[in-house]
Design a protein around this ligand. Structure first.
Ligand code: ASP
Length: 324
């Protein structure tokens, strides 16, 4: 018999942040989004409860979000300028800071699985483009035809973005501002978890920006910018205007604030997102967890598709101030 005390478990996920107000989606769509968040949370919770590693849980949960066309990752990825899909993903393990990431990959059903294989089966951290796809083929990962990634709504966004000659962050409704900030939704997905052994992990996956070109890569696959995990501090997954999250090294900055200032996770996460990034003009949010099982989900945009569970309660939220 083991009388070893188990670490409190926690899991948080996001499905992107942006101009998401109660008027911007109808009731049916809202219910679909809520279901799209609740189901992976429920599965992830069960996995954590039976002792599955945080690392396996975040990969599994993000793969579920990638399979849901509502979110800008995997199947629901936005279109590039040339009508293709280029996806980015990263995963990081908090016990040893092992990390794997891919950037600008096409045709791969679950980029997060490829990121995981980069960590487990290669001696590298980040693989990009054709080389990453070759690695995926060698690993036997499933590929899909272009039709799998086609959604009418995303294609309409591309045509709209091309009409106004701009790169857009996910499903912008009326174009937003030239700066890329103002009317956007960022549909990137992510998960962070703490397991019964107190191990942390983070995973992030995205299709990036509508109408992007020149091999543009965002913050999501960059370790320290959009994704980070270290058992000593926290696990983090970001969503938002990637260029800011890269320049502010957002995910690692949260860990550094905690490590060097010794202040609570939620206080530092709020400071980073609601003060530092907001003042810089970096719209978006993040999810974070520490090994005490504490969770933070701050955002400085109108809304963020998000949810968390500690094994007892399970909450899903979309708009500001509503996490129920
Ligand atoms: N951060 C992502 C990027 O810039 C976009 C998003 O969060 O939806 O690629």
């Amino acid at each position: 018999m083991s009388n070893q005390i188990e670490n409190p478990i926690a899991l948080a996920i996001h499905g992107g942040a942006g101009t998401i107000t109660q008027g911007s989606i109808n009731r049916e769509e809202e219910e679909e989004y809520r279901r799209g968040l609740r189901e992976p949370l429920e599965e992830g919770k069960k996995m954590l409860q039976v002792g599955v590693d945080a690392f396996d849980v975040v990969v599994h949960v993000v793969a579920m979000l990638e399979d849901n066309p509502l979110f800008n990752a995997g199947r629901g990825s936005v279109f590039t300028n040339s009508g293709t899909h280029e996806m980015d993903a990263a995963v990081m393990r908090g016990s040893d800071r092992a990390a794997g990431a891919v950037a600008g990959v096409s045709g791969i059903r679950n980029p997060i699985e490829l990121a995981r294989l980069v960590l487990e089966k290669s001696e590298h951290v980040l693989l990009a483009g054709a080389g990453a796809e070759e690695f995926a083929r060698e690993m036997g990962l499933p590929f899909e035809e272009a039709a799998y990634f086609h959604t009418d709504q995303r294609y309409a966004q591309l045509l709209e973005a091309q009409k106004v000659g701009r790169v857009q962050l996910d499903h912008t409704e009326n174009g937003g501002e030239e700066t890329g900030v103002g009317e956007e939704k960022f549909g990137t997905v992510g998960a962070v978890a703490c397991d019964v052994r107190g191990n942390l992990a983070a995973a992030t996956s995205t299709g990036g920006m509508t109408n992007k070109r020149w091999g543009r890569v965002g913050d999501s696959p960059l370790i320290g910018a959009g994704t980070w995990a270290d058992n000593r501090t926290c696990a983090v997954s970001c969503t938002g205007h990637g260029e800011y999250f890269m320049r502010w090294v957002a995910a690692y900055d949260l860990a550094a604030l905690i490590e060097y200032r010794g202040l609570p996770l939620e206080e530092m996460a709020n400071y980073l997102v609601k003060i530092k990034l907001r003042e810089a003009g970096g719209e978006g949010g993040l999810i974070a967890v520490n090994r005490q099982g504490e969770v933070a989900l701050p955002f400085n945009s109108e809304g963020m598709y998000r949810g968390w569970t500690d094994g007892t309660d399970l909450h899903v939220g979309i708009y500001r101030d509503l996490l129920g």
